[in-house]
Design a binder for this molecule. Sequence first.
Ligand SMILES: [Fe+2]
Ligand SMILES: [Fe+2]
Length: 265
Amino acid sequence: MNTLSAAAVAALSAADPAEKCRLTRDIAARWKNGDVESVGTCPPPDRPARPQRPQLLPPKEMPKRAYKGDRGRIGLLHALAHIELNAIDLAWDIVARFTGEDMPKGFYDDWIQVAVDEALHFEMLEDLLASLGAAYGDLPAHDGLWQAAEKTADDLAARLVVVPMTLEARGLDTTPATMDRLARNGDTLTPPALEVIYKDEITHVAAGVRWFKHLAQKRGWDGKTEYQRLMAERFPGGLKAPFNHAARAQADFDQDWYEELAKRD
Ligand SMILES: [Fe+2]
Ligand SMILES: [Fe+2]
C-alpha cells in the first residue's frame, strides 16, 4: 500500500519518538523522489501512538514548573519537546485525515515539510535536554495538546484555523520574549535553537493561512468572515494579545482578521 496517507498513518502509529522522526524523513524523501504512488485513503487513528514515558497528565494536574536554573531550563525544554512531538503528529494527521478534500499536491508538499521541521525541532530540544543530563520522558507532560486535533477532526478549514493559525501563531507571539528571558539568564544554547524553531514556525503559520484561503476561495467564502465564524465556534475563548504582528504579517496573516478576536480583560 504505497500511498502517502498509509505512510502518514505509519508515522502516527510509531510510539517511539526516534522512530517517528526517522519515518518522517523517510516518507518525505520517498515523496520527493516520486516513490509514493498517490495520496490514497487511509484513515488516521483517533490518537497517535505515544511512548510509555512521559506520563501524560490532564492540564490541571500538571505540576508547576520551576523557572530558574537548570531545573527551570529542563522543565521548559521538556514542555517544548512535548509540543514538537505532538506537532509532528498534527502534520501527519492533516495529511491523512482530509484526503476527501481533493487538495492539490502543494498542500501535501507543505505539510510533509512541516512534519520534517517538527521532527528536527523535537530532536534539537532532545539534544539540549541531553546536554543537561535529562531526556524526553523524565517529566510528566500535558495531555491536552491532542484535544485541538480531536475537536477539529471533522473539517479541514476548522483544523487550519485552530492549529496553525491559532496555536502555532501563538508561538510566534511568545517565543521572542522567551528567547530574551533565557539569554538574560545566561543561557547561550537554547535561544539559537528557539530562533531556528521560530523561523520555521512562521512558514507553518503561512501554510495554514495559505491553505485556509485556498479552501475559502474553493468554497466561495469570504475568508475573514469564515475565519471569525470558525473561531467563535471552535476557539470561543478569544485570543491573547499582544500579537507579534510582524511575524504574522510574514505568514500573510491579515491583522484585521485576528486583532478583533483579542480578549478584553
Ligand atoms: Fe515546531
Ligand atoms: Fe510548527
